[in-house]
Design a protein around this ligand. Structure first.
Ligand code: UDP
Length: 471
């Protein structure tokens, strides 16, 4: 069988690059595949600064439509940026694939992440196969898939009703607040990214809706989402995750894995690791809302009050953008910082989650954060903000049982008392069940990625299928 060559194309966002880098690495080590890891020049510079080169990986860039002519993407809206990226990206991807072929390295298959459905068109133009690398749970793929295959009217006409509930195959009954936020008339981010929902729906429709012979690699593992995977009719969802650097997990110590991630944000000088080292086992509340979401000032105030009154030590990531958005408030958080609380700009989250002092993760339920918490055996308190996060929070609380979701008041805020209640439910005596389930998921996740585990085997099968189709 010829040695397959995967062109792995990723959107240049924090939550896309790291799992894609892990996938690249696993593809390279589970098979003799060669990987050309492809993203924009700016993101790639950051990756190269952060990583030791990997022997099975070649890096290449595609255009986002801005870099080469020095335009500032920040002066365009997110939709304009996506449109420009789609035009320039597909053109440069085609050129890249052709030049690789001319150099004697023809591409076998293009694997692309969320927001880049045009990469499949390029594969079609080249007459090669393509696969999606889905960066959200299989559950969310299923929601979108069913929306575009039979349930659109049911969801669109019912989602406004307070009592709305929809039963989709393989999923628990979902209310409006459990659906991905783009279905909601009042998506909390529609004011931040106007009309993004419609654009996103169009992209998602192209990625999940009209697939003939789809190949979908999912950053999940079979044991976690077997009900969803089994219930999908006509689409094979291939669990290949969780995509987390193994070295951070206690049982693994292959240090070469550790450098294999990238932080697109700068951290600060604070020695949070030393601070964590001094804390008792499973005592610290780690708080982070990922790389995009910004909390409202009122929510920040409730959060501070809740953390302070809970009496528990906390490590809180407040990104620069969040600090700038709420300048007055940030002064407040710096004042509250003491032996018990530390506020940082950015941290190495996977490393923090695997630290023995961490007892609970207050999270926006971004899928990477959720996967990382499962992989580290850390129970969560979910405060979903938008996108897939509400569905992820629902699955964590009601299906996987490894965390709770903070209930919101009429203004959509999780109040301080509610946060305290949730922290107690996770860290107190009554949290024994939730803590045990989080540890069980950690064991199952590790099992999945070990040699011979479900994700390891699935990835191997995928490579074989793609390669034999080629030969
Ligand atoms: N992250 C990190 N340090 C931080 C905050 C976040 O390394 O201080 C990483 C986190 O480990 C995860 C990613 O940023 O891999 C966030 O992805 P997620 O899907 O959870 O949320 P998003 O950023 O897409 O909202």
């Amino acid at each position: 069988m010829p040695r397959p060559h995967f062109l792995l194309v990723t959107y240049p966002a924090q939550a896309h690059i790291n799992p894609a880098l892990q996938l690249a690495k696993q593809l390279a080590s589970t098979s003799s595949a060669h990987i050309t890891f492809t993203t924009t020049a700016t993101a790639l510079r950051r990756i190269n600064n952060n990583n030791n080169p990997h022997p099975f990986l070649t890096h290449a860039t595609i255009s986002d439509g801005y870099e080469e002519n020095g335009d500032n993407p920040a002066s365009d809206s997110p939709i304009q940026r996506l449109t420009r990226f789609s035009l320039a990206g597909s053109k440069s991807l085609l050129v890249l694939a052709r030049s690789l072929s001319d150099q004697g390295h023809p591409v076998t298959c293009i694997i692309y992440t969320l927001l880049l459905p045009w990469a499949a068109d390029v594969a079609r133009q080249l007459g090669i196969s393509s696969a999606v690398f889905w960066l959200q749970p299989a559950a969310v793929f299923s929601v979108y898939y069913h929306y575009f295959n039979g349930y659109k009217d049911v969801i669109d006409s019912g989602v406004h009703q307070p009592e709305f509930m929809v039963n989709l195959p393989g999923l628990p009954p979902l209310t409006s607040r459990d659906l991905p936020s783009f279905f909601l008339p009042n998506d909390p981010y529609s004011s931040v990214i106007p009309a993004f929902e419609e654009q996103f729906k169009t992209i998602i429709e192209r990625q999940v809706g009209d697939m003939s012979k789809p190949k979908v690699l999912v950053n999940t593992f079979y044991a976690l989402e077997s009900d969803v995977v089994k219930s999908m009719d006509g689409v094979e969802l291939i669990g290949v995750g969780p995509m987390v650097p193994l070295a951070y997990i206690k049982e693994h110590d292959s240090s070469s894995d550790k450098t294999f991630g990238v932080d697109l944000f700068d951290g600060d000088e604070k020695d949070y690791k030393k601070w964590l080292d001094a804390k008792p086992e499973k005592s610290v509340v780690y708080v982070s809302f990922g790389s995009i979401a910004l909390l409202q000032k009122r929510q920040l105030e409730e959060m501070t009050k809740g953390l302070m009154e809970s009496g528990r030590p906390f490590l809180w990531v407040l990104r620069k953008a969040q600090r700038e958005a709420e300048k007055d408030f940030v002064i407040g958080t710096e004042v509250i910082e003491d032996e018990r609380g530390m506020v940082v700009e950015w941290c190495s989250q996977v490393e923090v989650l695997s630290h023995p002092s961490i007892g609970c993760f207050v999270t926006h339920c971004g899928w990477n954060s959720t996967v990382e918490s499962l992989f580290s055996g850390v129970p969560t308190v979910g405060m979903p903000q938008w996108s897939d996060q509400p569905t992820n929070a629902k699955m964590v609380e009601d299906v996987w049982g490894s965390g709770f979701r903070g209930r919101v008041n009429g203004e959509g805020l999780v109040e301080a008392e509610e946060l305290i209640r949730c922290l107690k439910a996770v860290l107190g005596e009554e949290g024994e069940g939730v803590r045990r389930r989080a540890e069980e998921w950690r064991d199952k996740a590790l099992e999945a990625v070990r040699e011979g585990g479900s994700s390891h085997r699935s990835l191997g099968r995928f490579v074989e299928e793609v390669s034999s189709h080629e030969s």
